[in-house]
Design a binder for this molecule. Structure first.
Ligand code: IVH
Length: 671
């Protein structure tokens, strides 16, 4: 084979490989909110794919990620609506030379508006006859999810248009929804203490938040927004900057970091200024957006399939700094996993002070070949949580002894074990290692588990230090005096905690199972197990085969369940929980005597498939609680109990009649 066709073959393979990789990365980024590729790698790979597609036009494919924007659709939690104007993305570059070229190629005397590129997720607000009617995510650029009820939690977004925008038939404002650094860090701290997976950056946190079904939780997290683009019918104004000014006057949150530039030099000044100054902003930014100011000129320049030709983004390089790895310490988690932590000489990186970074596990440290005292590179790629990416060899530490992971638990002294096939070292002393005990208690009382009001991490720590609670059953033996006599507590707060403990006895079995903290049993898996094994007694005698026949339950989880019931301490805890009145059996939906009349007067349509109860069970439940079940959606429908894969017809009808969709979880909560 000659050399050229060989190269061609290789490049075509690379092209296909990049398409697959970027499609997958888009899914992880937009749908799962859990990116695995840094923004920079993504952009470089995307540019390479664009180049390859230009070289081999015969390989064109309309479904290539170069041809459409990534999609955040993929759940049926919200009604999806077609955008009136497609929501495009922006061409981007990391090179200032390319920005200069772009500006120079524009007609002379063109005004360019420079703005910050906010790193959140885009939103499109529809104002029909002056009223906010929809708030759509970008979705796939053609359709977006209507997340209006969550957008309404952002105090700065007006629901009614004010002058000078009032009285226009249709105005659409586009902008970015963001979670400020401070709120992001608070949220992640909470998630860390609940052992929930952390959000990689504020963008993912904002995106995850906007897709929540519970607006109260959205409000609690504290989203904000900046608007940067106006569209609509019969809009006044000849330039983009005039329109932004109108939005600002109309009470919309529009950033002040905007400059109308008349030359490349002015653009470069803006970039240089904000490259440093952005670190003092309360929100994440990842670049600068340049837009042709004159709307007529914008129209002449037009669009490609995916991006406007009248705008471009310059993206800031990843921030990276050297600092000293002062000490490696070790943290023991709820499940006994020992995580090495890098304690660094504090440095300022993209708006936050960084002094700790996870070192993940022994293998990670060995791969980086780092030791205490080394100068290490700390990076925030695409504003992701800081990570150590390497060490500075120019000034190397003379220590010669190879790195050794600790051999005993730093908390209880028990020799650590490394389970085959896992990278983690673990302390096996589940029953008396303090952080494991505390972690189990904190998990048990947490919101998604027993949700005990007033018993947060700090109170648990205090009660633990005082020897009042060692395990989850001790919580139900707490007396008012035990709590009231603690510093910072009184009769009132003690009563509140006791009421919370009492109420937790109503928490359904599936959540109790999650709360027990059996290794690897998350919220969803617990639900699936509880659906199959409707009481602790049946679960206790389940075989490996029975357990692994449940969706999501593999051999490892099955073994963990069996091991849990083989432990004497656990069995005695269960006996005490049962005596206390904790729900260790599924509530029978058909028991009339326990039902409330909470659905009285409501007509409810059931649609889709469910994971917690069967459709028949839901029908019964609706009736038991005083509601009426109807087969089809009409003006009389109060809400739709919406499961997975809800039918498109029902969805459209609900959408047009403005009937709310209620998830399975919210429905059960309602009862
Ligand atoms: S203008 C048609 N301006 O960046 C042009 N976008 O990578 C519409 N973004 O989807 C976008 N700050 O989510 C524009 N000042 C700004 C922006 C901005 C952030 C986001 C937006 C867009 C993405 C493109």
């Amino acid at each position: 084979m000659d050399l050229f066709s060989d190269i061609e073959q290789q490049e075509k393979e690379e092209l296909l490989q990049l398409r697959a990789e970027l499609t997958q990365a888009n899914h992880l980024y937009y749908v799962e909110n859990a990116p695995t590729m840094s923004d920079r790698d993504f952009d470089f790979k995307m540019h390479r794919l664009q180049d390859l597609e230009k070289m081999y036009p015969e390989m064109a494919d309309a479904s290539s990620p170069t041809q459409h924007v990534g999609s955040d659709l993929g759940s049926n939690k919200f009604v999806s609506i077609k955008h009136r104007y497609p929501m495009l993305s922006l061409g981007n570059t990391y090179s200032k030379e390319e920005i200069e070229d772009w500006v120079r190629k524009l007609p002379t005397n063109v005004e360019i508006v420079c703005e910050l590129k906010y790193d959140g997720l885009s939103i499109s607000l529809w104002y029909e006859k002056g009223q906010l009617t929809h708030a759509l995510t970008r979705g796939d650029g053609i359709r977006g999810d209507d997340v209006l009820r969550n957008i309404l939690t952002i105090p700065s977004i007006p629901t009614t248009l004010r002058p000078p925008l009032a009285n226009l038939p249709y105005v659409e404002l586009r902008g970015e929804v963001l979670l400020p650094w401070e709120n992001f860090e608070r949220l992640n701290r909470e998630r860390e203490s609940n052992e929930d997976p952390l959000f990689a950056n504020p963008r993912n946190a904002a995106s995850g938040t906007l897709k929540l079904l519970d607006p109260d939780e959205v409000r609690r997290r504290g989203l904000i927004a900046y608007l940067y683009y106006l569209l609509g019918d019969q809009l006044p104004g000849q330039t983009h900057s005039e329109r932004l000014e109108m939005a600002r006057q109309g009470g919309f949150p529009v950033s002040d970091a905007i400059r109308v530039c008349h030359s490349v030099d002015e653009v470069m000044e803006f970039i240089a200024y904000w490259d440093t100054e952005r670190k003092n902003l309360p929100v994440a930014t990842d670049g600068i957006v340049l837009k042709v100011n004159n709307l007529q000129q914008q129209q002449t320049l037009g669009y490609t399939a995916k991006t406007p030709r009248w705008a471009i983004a310059y993206k800031f390089p990843a921030e990276k700094q050297l600092t000293t790895l002062e000490k490696i310490t070790y943290q023991v988690g709820r499940t006994g996993v020992v995580t090495p932590v890098a304690n660094l000489t504090p440095i300022q990186l993209s708006g936050t002070i960084v002094q700790r970074a996870t070192l993940h596990n022994e293998d990670f440290i060995r791969q980086l070949n780092i030791q205490e005292g080394d100068r290490v590179w700390v990076e925030k790629g695409g504003e992701i949580i800081p990570k150590i990416t390497g060490k500075d060899d120019t000034n190397h530490n003379n220590a010669t002894a190879p790195y050794q992971f600790i051999q005993t638990c730093p908390e209880c002294g028990t020799p650590l074990v490394r389970i085959d096939g896992e990278a983690a070292w673990r302390c096996p002393n589940e029953t008396s290692c303090p952080p494991q005990l505390k972690g189990k208690l904190e998990h048990f009382v947490s919101r998604k588990a027993m949700d005990i009001d007033g018993l947060g991490q700090e109170t648990i720590d205090l009660l633990f230090e005082q020897g009042l609670v060692r395990n989850i059953a001790d919580i139900y033996d707490l007396r008012k005096d035990d709590i009231a006599k603690q510093e910072g507590f009184g009769d009132k707060s003690a009563e509140k905690i006791l009421t919370g403990i009492e109420t937790s006895k109503q928490v359904p079995w599936s959540r109790v199972l999650f709360a027990l903290g059996i290794r690897m049993i998350g919220e969803t898996t617990a639900k699936k197990i509880a659906r199959r094994f409707t009481s602790i007694d049946t679960l206790q005698w389940a075989t490996i085969e029975e357990l692994t026949s449940i969706e999501d339950v593999g051999e490892q989880i099955a073994h963990n369940i069996i091991a849990y019931f083989q432990d004497e301490t656990n069995l005695s805890i269960l006996v005490r929980l049962r005596q206390a009145g904790v729900q260790l059996v599924s509530e029978q939906p058909t028991q009339t005597n326990t039902a409330t009349q909470s659905l009285a007067g409501k007509t409810i349509v059931i649609s889709g498939t469910f994971s917690f109860h069967s459709r028949e069970e839901y029908k019964d439940m609706i009736e038991q609680h005083g509601g009426k079940n109807a087969g089809s959606v009409s003006g009389k429908t109060s809400f739709i109990l919406a499961g997975e894969n809800m039918g498109p017809e029902k969805r459209h009808k609900a959408e047009s009649l403005g009937i709310p969709l209620v998830s399975e979880e919210d429905f059960l909560q309602m009862l």
